[in-house]
Design a protein around this ligand. Sequence first.
Ligand code: MG
Length: 199
Amino acid sequence: MHNLPLNKPINLRPVIAFDVDLTVVDSLTPWVEWFQKETGLKANLNPSQGLHEAGFQMIDLCKANGIDLDVISWWKKPDIYDDLEPMPGVVDFINRCRKTGNDKIVFVSHCFPEHENGKREFVKRFFKPDGFVSTRDKWSVGYGVIFDDNPEVMRECIEHNKDHALHYLFAGLCPETQNRPHGAPVFYNWNQMSEHFFG
Ligand SMILES: [Mg+2]
């Protein structure tokens, strides 16, 4: 793994970018819990393969049980971030990044319009970032380092930015995520990440 971004090994841009869902906050567990409550279905749901996989599993379960539920509607609630806490160790990691220089801490997230304000407030509450970019096209944000849990997002980012940015895949919440891209070290725990970068 590279040493981040402190010694700037490849002339990095001064933006350290963080994805939000499943990277700095567990918004998967409350989605699954909501689904189980709405449907009464508990068995056969294994969300450890990632967000999209969990969604497909829910849709399949609804179909198999004749349940009419828009599983995505949970993400359209304005208050889903109100009671959530950051992943263990990530606040400390970001604070340590901030202290090391002039780097800017920016969050980059694909938002539903209905939950965007709540997500922005969550991020502001815990991380006091320098910026928040609401986009699906994370590769287009001028970052020097990015942390994200989604292999497909990561693949796009690496494709566009591999020569001038560092990419890290966070798999702490979904350790069974498949099809990981080349060029992004995988990590499972923010405390370990912190130790790795800052010693
Ligand atoms: Mg994510």
